[in-house]
Design a protein around this ligand. Structure first.
Ligand code: GCW
Length: 653
């Protein structure tokens, strides 16, 4: 019925299996996941029917396995997958699928434990079927204010997510509008339950984004004051209703007092008051509240040079460390601004020592080409996870912080805004699938390299010759750098078209209220965030990083203009001036897209026709857009600075 959307469109294709030596499956203790394992097994077996070996799954006690990890051992023509939980068996199964997509006789023995407990995705889907920052068609879940009936497609999706270890999801936008406020009420909870039932069959826990002002929105009361008894009663009864229908419901994600969304500030209360009130309602059911920290002044006056949006989350939340209930988790974007192609990490990581926390990435390519441009994001995320906060001396990476603070964290992990929709290939741009796949793989095992992950995706998705494998790998691995080159330089960000955020508009946000400025003038550009002469954002980091960023000599060059305002004539380590660097990178970035076109053409016949056309068409748009970026940025800075390109290339006057 839904063959259009079958798993051949994802990295799970049986057609890329090199072998499948198993003819029989044995399962013990897999509980609600037993039939899932059986079903999956049959699918792969049918495609390679000649196997003789036995694949055995069992939930056991084993001290070497932690959380929902798994162990695989081989003995006498039998492969044993063991885990502490049924979910671990599923992850073990897909590990085996990947192994046979890569190799005819893979070495299967492995102990694989996830680094992060919570491995989540967030949908920004609206009930009307639109997707906020969605670039892969309409919402998977809704159309015209109704839940879609696409059970098979949802099961496929659940399977894709589980295959890379994702274990939780929200299904609606964090901007919860009026109609979506009813998801947690009697009128719609049965529909939500249907989805929870499907996702559960692949081990995923369902969460909902909720409107902080839901008690007002659904006409229960006229306030959302967290200390008001009626408000508390609303949330308590709501939690009871939700868990009545979905006993393993995960909990709520909340965007409050953020970008005009309601929140406790309206009532003179703190975010701990608001979040803890929700935490209390969910506590009897062991539910979790994810409270987003994307809180800043979005009515800033560009004339005011003392306010710095980058400072906002730390300024508010760092002093609240320890104020939040045990089942409340602060959800923090990777950077202090907003998913730019390059920004520093959020200094809240390492500053919050007694607070549950999840890091939020954006798989959806809002600021990185909107799934029309190729931008493989794993290298960026790896840099974030590997960043040394110095919170407990050298070597306290963000990844360590997430498993260390608070002590024995029960609810920490990583979440991300997802990039999927109704498009046949799930992600609009076929190569964007690598970001979803890679996200799951990376947060399961952050020690994997971006390259290894890209290779895994390529091998799971296509059957390419070795040479073409390398071609595609090269495209993916260089794509973030390429995108950065032809867009905004040296960490400055924000030179995008307002609202939809696609394509260049250098001054589009320069005199706006969002706190997103680059301060370019005739002499130079960049945001001075130093203590010495700027906003003092640098001081939010531990001493070592503070010193590194504060000093222009030691500030990493890719973030130079994120932290400093510098003249065009400033000389970089390459010996180039900033203005020459701007010209060079913009020409190089564009040229690189020309290379991608040639490289992609060489893959014709080796990738399926649908992929081939999809990427080819999108590369045409990427080239058009890169040219626009190149010429607008170069012209803009030529006009500001009056400095000629040393290489005499065409810069429009
Ligand atoms: O990046 C901004 C997006 C908004 C989004 C917001 C957020 C859901 O442009 O569309 O709103 O971030 O993260 O809350």
């Amino acid at each position: 019925m839904t063959t259009k959307f079958d798993f051949d469109e994802s990295w799970l294709s049986a057609s890329t299996l090199i072998a499948w030596p198993f003819s029989k499956i044995e399962i013990k203790g897999a509980e609600h996941l037993e039939s899932t394992l059986e079903k999956e097994f049959l699918l792969y077996k049918e495609s390679q029917p000649e196997g003789e070996n036995i694949l055995s799954f069992e939930v056991i006690q084993d001290n070497s396995i932690i959380l929902d990890g798994f162990k695989i051992e081989e003995k006498n023509n039998k492969v044993y997958v063991t885990a502490l939980k049924p979910e671990g068996l599923i992850y073990g199964f897909f590990h085996i699928v990947r192994a046979y997509q890569k190799n005819e006789k893979p070495e299967l023995a492995i102990l694989s434990n996830p680094k992060n407990k919570i491995r989540m995705i967030n949908h920004w889907d609206n009930f009307d079927g639109s997707v906020e920052r969605g670039y892969a068609g309409r919402s998977l879940f809704y159309s015209n204010n109704e839940f879609r009936l696409q059970d098979e497609r949802f099961a496929q999706y659940a399977k894709m997510l589980a295959s890379v270890g994702i274990n939780a999801l929200t299904i609606n936008n964090v901007n919860v509008h009026q109609k979506e406020s009813y998801f947690i009420t009697d009128s719609l909870i049965r529909e939500v339950k249907k989805l929870a039932d499907i996702f559960r069959t692949y081990g995923l826990k369902l969460f909902l984004s909720v409107n902080y002002a839901a008690p007002i929105e659904v006409d229960w009361t006229d306030t959302a004051d967290p200390l008001d008894d009626k408000v508390r009663a609303f949330w308590k009864e709501t939690a009871e209703l939700v868990y009545d229908h979905i006993p393993d419901f995960g909990g709520f994600v909340v965007k409050a007092d953020s970008e005009n969304r309601p929140g406790p500030f309206t009532y003179g209360r703190t975010h701990a008051d608001g979040a803890n009130m929700l935490g209390e309602a969910l506590k009897p059911f062991d539910g979790t509240v994810f409270w987003r920290c994307f809180v800043y002044d979005n009515h800033q006056d560009w004339r005011d040079r003392s306010t710095d949006r980058a400072r906002a989350a730390y300024d508010y939340y760092a002093p609240t460390d320890g104020d939040f209930a045990d089942n409340v988790v602060l959800q923090i974007k990777n950077g202090p601004m907003d998913f730019q192609v390059r920004e520093s990490v959020s200094p809240l990581f390492g500053a919050l020592r007694n607070t549950n926390q999840v890091l939020e990435f954006q798989i959806a390519q809002e600021y990185t080409g909107q799934q029309k441009h190729i931008c493989y994001l794993i290298p960026m995320w790896k840099e974030v996870l590997d960043f040394d906060t110095y919170a407990d001396g050298p070597g306290t990476t963000i990844q360590d912080v997430l498993v260390k603070f608070p002590e024995n964290p029960e609810r920490n992990g990583i979440t991300a805004v997802v990039n999927t929709g109704m498009d046949e290939n799930w992600t609009g741009h076929k190569l964007s699938q690598a970001n979803l796949f890679g996200y799951g793989r990376l947060i399961w095992d952050p020690s994997l390299s971006a390259e290894e992950i890209a290779e895994e995706w390529i091998e799971a998705t296509y059957s390419l010759s070795e040479k073409r494998n390398e071609t595609l790998l090269d495209i993916l691995m260089s794509s973030w750098d390429t995108y950065e080159k032809y867009t905004s330089p040296l960490g400055i960000g924000w030179m995008v078209q307002p609202n939809h955020h696609y394509g260049p508009n250098i001054d589009g946000y320069e005199y706006d209220m969002w706190g997103t400025y680059h301060f370019s003038d005739r002499d130079g550009l960049g945001v001075d965030r130093t203590v010495a002469s700027g906003t003092g954002f640098t001081r939010q980091f531990y001493d070592e990083n503070y010193a590194m960023y504060e000093n222009v000599e030691t500030c990493p060059e890719e973030l130079l203009l994120f932290f400093h305002h510098l003249p065009y004539s400033y000389e970089l380590k390459t010996g180039k001036t900033i203005i020459q660097h701007i010209y060079d990178t913009h020409f190089e970035g564009y040229d690189k897209v020309l290379d991608y076109q040639k490289q992609w053409e060489s893959l014709k016949g080796e990738v399926d026709e649908a992929s081939y056309r999809n990427v080819k068409e999108r590369l045409e748009e990427q080239l058009r857009s890169a040219r626009e970026w190149r010429d607008q940025v170069n012209t803009y800075y030529f006009r500001k600075s009056g400095v000629e390109d040393a290489k005499g290339r065409t810069i429009y006057r």
